[in-house]
Design a protein around this ligand. Sequence first.
Ligand code: ADP
Ligand code: ZN
Ligand code: ZN
Length: 733
Amino acid sequence: MSRHFLQVALPVPLRKTFDYRIPATFSELPALGARVKVPFGPRDLIGIVTGISDHTDTPEDKLKFAKALLDPVAVFPEPVMELLLRAARYYHYPVGEVFDTALPALLRQGDDLFENPIHWRLTHSGRALDRHALRNAPKQLIAWDGLLLHGEHGISEDFLTHMGIGRDSLNALARKGLAESFGETRQSFTHPRFQLSEAPLVANAEQTAAIEAITGKLGHFQPFLLEGITGSGKTEVYLQAVEACLRRHQQVLILVPEIGLTPQIVSRFRARFATDIALLHSGLTERERLKAWRRAFLGHAGIVIGTRSSLFTPMPHLGLIIVDEEHDLSFKQQEGFRYHARDLAVMRGQLQGCPVVLGSATPSLETLGNARSGRYEHLVLQERAASAQAPDIKLIDLRGQKLRGGLTDALHRAIALRLNHDEQVLVFINRRGFAPVLLCHDCGWQAVCPRCDARTTLHRDPVRLHCHHCGYSERPPKQCPSCQSEELRAIGAGTVRVEESLKELFPKADVHRIDRDSTRRKDSWQNLYDQVAKGNAAILVGTQMLAKGHHFPNVTLVALLEADSGLLGADFRAGERVAQLITQVAGRAGRAHKAGLVLLQTHQPDHALLKQLLNGGYSAFADVALEERRQIGLPPYGHLALLRAEANAPELALQFLQEAVTQGQALGNEPEFWGPIPAPMEKKAGVYRAHLLLKSGNRPALHHFLDGWLPLLPNLPTAKRIRWTLDVDPQET
Ligand code: ADP
Ligand code: ZN
Ligand code: ZN
């Protein structure tokens, strides 16, 4: 065994693994994917065994011994291990840090894998033994002494190993009936159990077709796009597909954008299935997260519902993966290891040989592209399941209109009408805070962040200017710093301000504000939701949060105060995002047998995208948008990687990226370089940022280029004075 060397991935920013020798205290060879503690420089680190080899390139005298084996089995069983290795290659990110992202924090810090790890204790006859009986077996004697000391509660096998007491001596005692082990072992793994607690709904024809397509592929890899407007019955399709999977004694992994904001999906699964449902999301303490993770890991949990990183949860009997709201941006990690959970979900389905269902009312153009090319099977739900009618969408021209609290007269009348009918109105706005900008009425000065190229936002309670990009905040000035005028005005309508105007305009109505600030507390969102669900006449004011899969059956009018603020965005995805937002928000209107109306206030009633969306819906918009992307070679027809650089002085980041281009061109067969250009917000938190976009029609060629190019970047002349990161398949360019 000592002839073998361990290859260990460590949480350090280096794109390699490290070799270690195996000490005699290891009672067996580690499983691939198990944690080991190893010395690294002056400290000890916990890493993951990625390989065991009888060969090493490191000179033997430089090799250190691993210190301890932490797991009796892999924390990353084979398919998850393979997924993580592939992801590290695909995103060109250090493998040790990829493992770190995937592991619950307590396991990173060395907590036991099992809740009840293996312990040893003496049996009754062991305790009664005369010490002399073992005088010819010194190792067993030491073990016996150690166990005697710890009495009936026993002592963990790990700790015994630390004391130099090996499994051999323990087993020898066990064979003589003197010692016994107890606790969780690999035998603790199990299949999930479940029972139906309510009867499934009778699926309509479209739902039946979708359910049969999915269940027909259980046991095989097949990606599906399940496209259906809000209320078309996607969740019911999930539920029945999940049931079929559970009947095969397999587990289901369901990824959702933000669990705290979509408690309904959880309660619908709880209502349907009596099974262990493990929730994994950011609201958990680390202890709770580890407990939920263990239930999934051991196979107890039939259903795992979680946000982005729960994608990596090992599940021994995974049989189905569902990604709900697959277009949602939160699936893409925007810092560090910048993976896309939806894309990796498809990779995982391939490795585990199970179907992957991507559901959305407004699929990303990437997923639609895959569906149209036949890579994904396209399932469509056209009808609203509970025979509610689709809403009517109308534009209100904002140009030249007199506004009260951000409302045109037409919108004001429409809201009043709905309230008189005891119905609910949802007013949607795309900003947080009291008023975005503090502006001088005399000279036009605006309050800006000193550390970013951005304006600050005025908040109340307490009154302060906040920068939403870097966290900077200050008290607002009393006078204009530029002309000393005292005519400083809050311009623009944030949720708080709209809430106040609506209260003035409709004094008799209940007005509820729903945004990240009003729902920050753990249960405040649920309380608000319960109150609204009673269905009394009310106005709900909210941000994007309101667009995400909530059911408000009594909402019959949805208003967007400003539909077009996103249309002018610099990002090539701006149009896609606005179309998704409008469609999602519109989906909140007119459920449960009440026809809905959607009113969009806009300064650009003739905008081609808005017209496309109004006349033909999201799929007509998608046709046009996909054709545009094809012509320019953008995703899904081309492949992108974004090299970001940042520095403490202007020009430096740009200079580095220019050096990177020159280096890349010297390699030959390079992709197209777009840039370098300053980032959309060049200065952020005092740091200057620049972008270089790489584009290629051929994905393998792009990755091959990156493999050769990235290792050269640290040697470029300005490399030491900047920081750089690579973003594969960037979502924000
Ligand atoms: P989505 O997930 O697409 O928004 P849901 O599955 O939540 O749609 O369905 C919307 C509403 O229609 C829910 O109240 C659901 O109970 C109901 N519903 C779904 N499918 C059916 C069906 N086959 N028969 C009757 N009602 C249904
Ligand atoms: Zn001024
Ligand atoms: Zn700032």
